[in-house]
Ligand binder design. Structure first.
Ligand SMILES: Nc1ncnc2c1ncn2[C@@H]1O[C@H](COP(=O)(O)OP(=O)(O)OP(=O)(O)O)[C@@H](O)[C@H]1O
Length: 727
């Protein structure tokens, strides 16, 4: 392993419980969670947050604080402006440091601070604190949680994932609305100008009046131009803001949904999330201004009535016809949109699945089959999209026809009214201009309702994702700083996958003592991996309860729980980047020594030592530039990196050669000395690592006991149905 050289020969053991991070801001928040009686670990506060170099930033701190039921607000204050009510608060200090300010005695010239690194208190003079303080602090208070049943009612109305964010941009939309109102008022300039020119200027050849009117109209148009620009800018700004916030909320939710509740189709979920585009389009486009233009249609019709009498009836009738036709077509349109969305999701799912499984498709010569399914899906999708388009076009064309026809009607009726001396020539022209202005929002309304249907369908799909409970949600009363001794008790636990009728695990109970080394064996599909995922907190039991060191799993934050497990899954997934990136994946601030130890123990060094790039070798997308066995060693290094108290290995040597397997057994004998080891395997010679064996068969525990006893029963065929595949 040439890329990293040990700094010293001395080998320290740094366990997961040792705090190796240097993040004073987060550590200060951890101290405050303790102070407010809802102690949380740094991992549970930051799970899922986009940390910068594994360190929390001031803009993320309020989100982290909310996890502990605290409200944190950044504020700018001098020390002498602070009062006792603000304590304790987090002071931001120079060099990206922070501390908790506990008390301030301005008269006595002393400040009591709590150091995030140790939690110890220190008294400083105001002058000393002033020289460190940058002038910004976080005021922290406990949020009112109230009665949970009351919260459920409040939840939908006040904190809807989309409307809440739109509400936060309300001042920007309000300004855009004012600009829209002005644009609509300026729309009167053109017809009134032309009407006056026709009726007053042309008959009298009043050039002076012409110039005065023209200058007035010109100034109004300049304002109209400015208002339109401003309106577009404001809508863009609000749309961008909503887009950024809501997109990250959606992604956060999508990765926070528990594995056991996720949708079976990755492509379908990706498409569902992509549906936000249609909501964004409506919020960020000029479509929204149509809504403002609608009430102005009535205003323009009143003006037509004033200048051209009963000619105003024509735009009224035209508007009613357009709206009526739009509403008539809606049910068909809605059904077509739903269907085309459904097939588009299926199509997306099929595409992702085919591209991921391209090797198997080619190896089995199944290209034709997947091509056929693809063509069927695109056929259906295209059909429904065509129907949607046809209906939309139908509405638009009918609306355009009615707009044009109403112009002719106005002119015809107008000529009769001129003949009766009821209105002027200019009145006809003003009525024509104002009528198209009044009817066009109705024509746009047709498009808006169509888009609204699409958006409503997208909103329904996204609501399904957003209303699910995620793992990061603050459930309150969680145990903090949780460090497992390694005792795991399962009481009558069972598990059934969603949409599956047969339980993967039938009710079973077991206790695993700290430091015990246990193998879980059984035939394919007997439920070993499902049990492993449940024990490491990836799946929640559908029945029964799990406890760790006597504490119910519901009281431990999933991030805290998983930090205690070195989990090597059966299917290893690596990510684009170097081997080093993949080993450090998801961990915060690891020492070089920890990395070296993991690399050596896992056997990664056996192949990186031979390469000039060492740990900086690229693994390619999905780790495909490495062999299966190499990928497994990288995942093993990742699992042992933080020296966790429990190791859960799901067929760890399935892809290793004899030499690598020997190295693995040697390493495990060393690593598993002071910790709990849970080993899922089909290989008999790995059983030398364990003292106890649990045999699973079709979701039931068939045997559980000391290794010797269980092996004897297996050898004498006393356990019907179960057999480890000897190799
Ligand atoms: N995501 C899933 N959705 C529905 N059913 C599943 C899912 N994953 C596994 N199962 C079912 O659960 C049962 C147990 O599967 P599991 O992967 O736990 O078995 P296993 O003992 O680990 O098998 P193997 O030795 O082949 O790895 C199987 O019947 C399987 O069909």
């Amino acid at each position: 392993m040439s890329a990293i050289a040990p700094k010293s020969q001395e080998q320290w053991t740094i366990s997961a419980s040792q705090k190796v991070t240097v993040d004073p801001l987060l550590d200060s928040l951890v101290l405050l969670t303790d102070h407010f009686g809802s102690p949380c670990s740094s991992d549970s506060l930051t799970a899922g947050l986009p940390l910068n170099s594994a360190i929390i930033t001031p803009d993320l701190l309020p989100q982290a604080a909310a996890r502990a039921g605290l409200a944190a607000k950044l504020s700018r204050k001098d020390l002498n402006q602070m009062t006792g009510l603000m304590m304790p608060c987090i002071l931001l200090l120079k060099d990206k440091k922070a501390c908790v300010l506990r008390a301030l005695d301005l008269d006595g010239d002393k400040a009591t601070i709590q150091l995030p690194e140790t939690g110890g208190e220190e008294i400083l003079t105001l002058g000393d604190l002033e020289s460190l303080y940058v002038g910004y602090l976080f005021l922290v208070k406990q949020e009112y949680r109230g009665d949970k049943s009351f919260d459920v009612h409040l939840h939908d109305n006040t904190t809807h994932w989309l409307w809440q964010t739109v509400k936060e941009s309300a001042p920007i939309y309000r300004d855009a609305l004012i600009a829209s109102v002005l644009v609509n008022l300026f729309a009167l300039v053109s017809p009134l100008f032309i009407m006056n020119v026709y009726d007053k200027v042309v008959p009298n050849l009043a050039f002076e009046s012409l110039w005065v009117l023209a200058i007035g109209a010109g100034i109004a148009y300049i304002f109209d131009f400015i208002m339109r620009q401003l309106r577009s800018y404001l809508i863009d700004v609000a749309g961008k803001k909503v887009d950024i916030i809501v997109s990250s909320k959606l992604f956060f939710k999508a990765i926070g949904i528990p594995l056991s509740k996720r949708s079976p189709s990755v492509g379908g979920t990706a498409r569902q999330l992509g549906e936000f585009d249609s909501i964004r389009e409506i919020l960020a486009s000029a479509t929204i201004t149509t809504l403002v233009d609608l009430p102005f249609a009535i205003f323009f019709i009143i003006i037509i009535y004033i200048v051209a009498g009963d000619l105003a009836l024509i735009p009224v009738i035209a508007s009613i016809l357009i709206i009526g036709f739009t509403l008539y077509i809606q049910p068909k349109l809605k059904a077509a949109i739903e269907e085309s969305n459904r097939f588009a999701s299926l199509k997306h799912g099929h595409l992702i699945e085919s591209l991921t499984a391209i090797e198997s498709i080619k190896a089995n010569g199944a290209e034709g089959l997947v091509q056929k399914s693809w063509q069927q899906m695109i056929g259906h999708t295209a059909n429904w999209q065509l129907i949607t388009k046809k209906l939309t076009n139908h509405v638009t064309h009918v609306a355009n026809f009615i707009v044009q026809f109403s112009v002719i009607c106005i002119v015809i009726l107008g000529v009769y009214r001129v003949a009766d001396n009821e209105i002027s020539m200019g009145g006809i022209i003003a009525a024509v201009i104002l009528a198209s202005r009044a009817i066009s929002p109705m024509a746009q309304l047709a498009g808006l309702i169509t888009r609204g249907n699409h958006t409503a369908s997208a909103l329904r799909q996204l609501d399904q994702i957003m209303t699910q409970e995620d793992e990061f949600q603050n459930k309150g009363h969680l145990a903090s700083q949780y460090r497992l001794q390694g005792k795991i008790s399962a009481d009558n636990i069972a598990f059934c996958f969603p949409n599956s009728e047969r339980p993967a695990l039938h009710p079973m109970s077991m206790t695993i003592q700290p430091g015990e080394r246990v193998a879980i064996i059984g035939r394919n599909g007997s439920g070993k991996s499902t049990l492993a995922k449940m024990l490491v907190g990836l799946y929640q039991p559908t029945q029964g309860s799990l406890s760790y060191d006597g504490l119910d799993s519901g009281q431990i934050h999933p991030s805290d729980l998983r930090r205690n497990f070195g989990y090597l899954p059966q299917d290893v997934t690596l990510f684009h980047g170097t081997i080093r990136d993949n080993i450090l994946f998801g961990t915060r601030q690891v020492t070089e020594h920890q990395l070296i130890r993991a690399v050596q123990l896992s056997g990664v060094s056996m192949f990186t030592n031979l390469e000039s790039e060492g740990l900086d070798q690229q693994v390619g997308e999905g780790g495909l530039s490495l062999s299966r066995g190499q990928r497994q060693t990288v995942a093993l290094a990742r699992a042992t990196l933080n020296d966790p108290p429990v190791l859960m290995m799901d067929e760890p040597t399935a892809s290793l050669d004899a030499r690598a397997e020997k190295q693995f057994i040697r390493s495990m004998q060393h690593v598993s000395k002071d910790r709990t080891l849970l080993l899922i395997t089909h290989k008999m010679h790995l059983l030398k690592l364990v003292d106890r064996i649990i045999v699973l068969d079709r979701g039931h525990i068939l045997a559980d006991g000391p290794k010797k006893e269980v092996l004897e029963k297996l050898n004498y065929g006393l356990l019907a149905g179960a057999q480890a595949n000897e190799q």
